[in-house]
Structures are given as structure tokens and as C-alpha cells.
Design a protein around this ligand. Structure first.
Ligand SMILES: [Zn+2]
Length: 300
């Protein structure tokens, strides 16, 4: 059996899969604030209960939003005080008496899609999650690629391609939460979509409202969507030029928009070298469950 925990800022998802990757159990719990011993107790209790229930010693994988310090494998997750700076994998391995795998949530998302998902059978894949921020992950030759600093696939924080600022010289140039100006994420994420709408319309609206206004044919909503799609295509093309993947898998809250799968393949060639065979651009199969499923499957 494979046990996965996806630790988020407010909720922890827990799920159990059998050897054929069927879902056998799932539940959600509140993240215990900055209480590291409390978080360990929570994970310990679920693992022990599941061992008893399924008559086995399950393999444990953990996903979280952040990176691992390559030197000492401590967690770097400024938004998760309960685990920031902690040696979560080693501490849980001691507590649970078994190896514990730990990886970031975008990597878990793509790992899940590689196994019976939208990237099944592909030799290479790029994952991109479009939510509050932009997450990314790289899969090559049968492995997730973390890189020397766990930075591989962190596509949200390269700068917006200059070609976009040539097309749209009046765009706002916000400073990202990471401290740098014009990060791709500040335009391409859900927050970025709202920022673009404010720019084109002069008034704030939520992502849902913007989508509704697109469907109603509102001119500034259509201009916002057009610019956002061009930004996504340009940013994706940068990653595609480095990785050259067979498949691009989109996840996160905005990945359900059908227009992405029509428009990105149409717009990508304008940002790539001539004659490049495009990767397939697919929606994630496992949706919101991808993170916890991928965490469970880290031990495959
Ligand atoms: Zn940034």
C-alpha cells in the first residue's frame, strides 16, 4: 500500500492507494499551524491506523509547497511554519520506522500524471500548475528532475519574455513575492489574470467573474484573455525550448478552461523556433487529487 500526504497551508490531504494504484481511503485534515510535533503526531496516527486497517506497512510519501535544502534535506517552505527548516523526511522515518519520501507538490502533481495520467507512456513531460501561483515540474527519462537546488521546473520565477513587453508595452510591471520584477507567475497565474483584467478594464474582478464576462462577450474581458493566453504561450515556449518535452500537462484551478487546449497549440509556434513539433498540451487527469496521489506514489 502507498500512503500519501499533501501538506498545504490550511489543509492536509491524506490518501491510500493499493498496488494497482486504486484509491482505498482519503481524508482531509486541518494543518496544525506552526505545531511541528502536532503535525508529526497527526501523520503518525494516520499511518498506524492505516497499517492496522490494511494489514500492512504502507510506504509513506509527503508533498508540500516549497523546496528541499540540497545540503541537509531540510524543508524550505516559508508559508508553512510547521515544517519550515525541519528535517521532515528523516524525523518521520525515525518516528514511523520506515523510509519516507518527500518532494514538492508540483513534482508530486507531475509524478501522478506520469502514472496512468495525462503523461502516461511519455518519455518526457513538463507539468505546469496554474493557480494562485505557477508551479512547474520536469520529468525526463523515467525520473523527476529536481536539480542541484531543487529549482528544476520552477518556471513561475523566470521573467516574462521580452517579446510580450514588446507586444504589450503598457502592461504593469509588478514585483513578485520572490522579490524580483516581472516574474512570469505575476501575469500567468490566477492572480495574474486578475491583474491583467484590472489593467485592461480599470476595475477588479475575480477569475470566475472574468471567465463569465468573457462568455458574455465583454470587450475588456476578451482583451484580458487574449493577452493572458499569449503570456502563457510565451512562458511555456521558454520552458519547452529548454526541456523539449513530449507532453505538457496543465493542472491547478485554471487548467479546466477549454480555451487553453485550443489556443496554446495555436499560439506556441509564434514563440518557438520554426518547424518545431509541438508537445501535446493536455489537462491533468487527476485534478485536485494529483498532489496527494503523486506523494503516495513517490515510493513506486
Ligand atoms: Zn518571482
Amino acid at each position: 500500500m502507498y500512503y500519501g500526504f499533501d501538506i498545504g497551508g490550511t489543509k492536509i490531504a491524506f490518501a491510500v492507494y493499493d498496488g494497482a494504484l486504486n484509491l482505498c481511503h482519503e481524508e482531509r485534515m486541518s494543518t496544525p499551524g506552526d505545531d511541528y510535533p502536532g503535525l508529526q503526531r497527526l501523520i503518525h496516527s494516520r499511518v498506524m491506523e492505516s497499517d492496522a486497517r490494511f494489514g500492512t506497512r504502507g510506504a509513506v510519501g509527503i508533498g508540500f509547497p516549497g523546496i528541499l535544502n540540497r545540503q541537509d534535506r531540510s524543508i524550505v517552505a516559508a508559508n508553512l511554519p510547521a515544517i519550515h527548516g525541519r528535517h521532515l523526511g528523516a524525523d518521520l522515518a525515525t518516528l514511523l520506522g520506515r523510509p519516507v519520501s518527500v518532494d514538492n507538490d508540483a513534482n508530486c502533481f507531475l509524478w501522478s500524471e506520469v502514472h496512468q495520467g495525462a503523461a502516461a507512456g511519455a518519455e518526457s513531460a513538463l507539468g505546469m500548475t496554474i493557480g494562485t501561483g505557477i508551479g512547474g515540474a520536469v520529468y525526463l527519462a523515467g525520473k523527476l528532475i529536481q536539480g542541484r537546488n531543487w529549482l528544476a521546473g520552477e518556471i513561475g520565477h523566470y521573467p516574462l519574455p521580452a517579446t510580450i513587453l514588446m507586444m504589450y508595452p503598457e502592461l504593469p510591471r509588478p514585483r513578485c513575492g520572490c522579490g524580483r520584477p516581472v516574474c512570469f507567475e505575476t501575469y500567468a497565474s490566477g492572480t495574474g489574470l486578475e491583474r491583467l483584467y484590472l489593467h485592461f478594464h480599470g476595475e477588479r474582478a475575480s477569475g470566475h467573474q472574468i471567465v463569465a464576462r468573457v462568455e458574455a462577450g465583454e470587450a475588456s474581458a476578451l482583451a484580458t484573455l487574449d493577452c493572458w493566453l499569449e503570456i502563457l504561450a510565451a512562458g511555456l515556449a521558454t520552458a519547452i525550448s529548454v526541456i523539449d518535452p513530449e507532453v505538457v500537462v496543465l493542472g491547478g484551478g485554471l487548467s479546466g478552461l477549454p480555451v487553453l487546449y485550443e489556443e496554446l497549440p495555436r499560439r506556441l509556434p509564434g514563440h518557438l523556433l520554426p518547424g518545431v513539433a509541438l508537445p501535446a498540451v493536455r489537462q491533468a487527469r487527476f485534478g485536485g487529487a494529483g498532489g496527494v496521489r503523486g506523494a503516495a506514489l513517490l515510493n513506486l
